[in-house]
Design a protein. Sequence first.
Length: 273
Amino acid sequence: MKTILVPTDFSETSKNASEYAIGLASLLGIPKVVFYHFYETTLVYTPAGELDETATIEPHRIESIEKLNHFIESLGSIPAGVEIEMYQGAESINEGIKEISHITNSDLIVMGIKGGGIFKETILGNHTLKIAKELTIPVLIIPISAKLNKCEKVTFLSDFRDVEYNKSIERLTTFLDHGIVQFTILHLLKHHEKIDPSHPEKIKLDKMFKKYSPTFQYKESHHYTDDIIDFVFESHTDILALVPKNHGLIETIFNDHTKKLAFHSKVPLLILH
């Protein structure tokens, strides 16, 4: 990975995600962090009734630049080896992020999310899960209570079905290549389910991640979200990785259960596609 994109609206939730992104870049040796601010405009018309694009956009653009510079300063000193870039735009939030991620060739998007599903302080927060669902770039969701101390342990949640999603695996291995020392593959067992060591999907996963010496963990699940959160805390996981799929155990990645996981877990969620 070479570039992290951090959309920001200057809220505390966004600031926490920004601090996490800069720390992550320094820790993993990622050379660039790009900040993007979406700003809303007020339409201004000429006396002839035509849209005055300069008067409509320019004041907001200048204000955005000033606020973004102030925001970066508020994050404190930037670690050596981390370059900061800034972009602004008046497009819709989703389209703006897609465009900037393409322009900057971003490898990872880092976004914050606030507990309880309440986003009174932030426009961006309302869009975090939607963006994570729609974008093909990996999105790291940072709960407001998450602080970066280390990034050594990654847990990957797998339902052991159709594991040959090669692009997703490629994106996860790219992340793991940055010095992750412990990689765990977690499978939640359904009612009376048993996993034999010769299970074909387990063998495939073991082969795919052989380079990282994965540890397989199995946990009988009665309460999907709570069981995941319990494992994350018991195992001291630093990042939980998931792949949204249209079926299987994690098909509910963006329903209320997963929102609860994002809102209440103190561990960042890495959403892969």
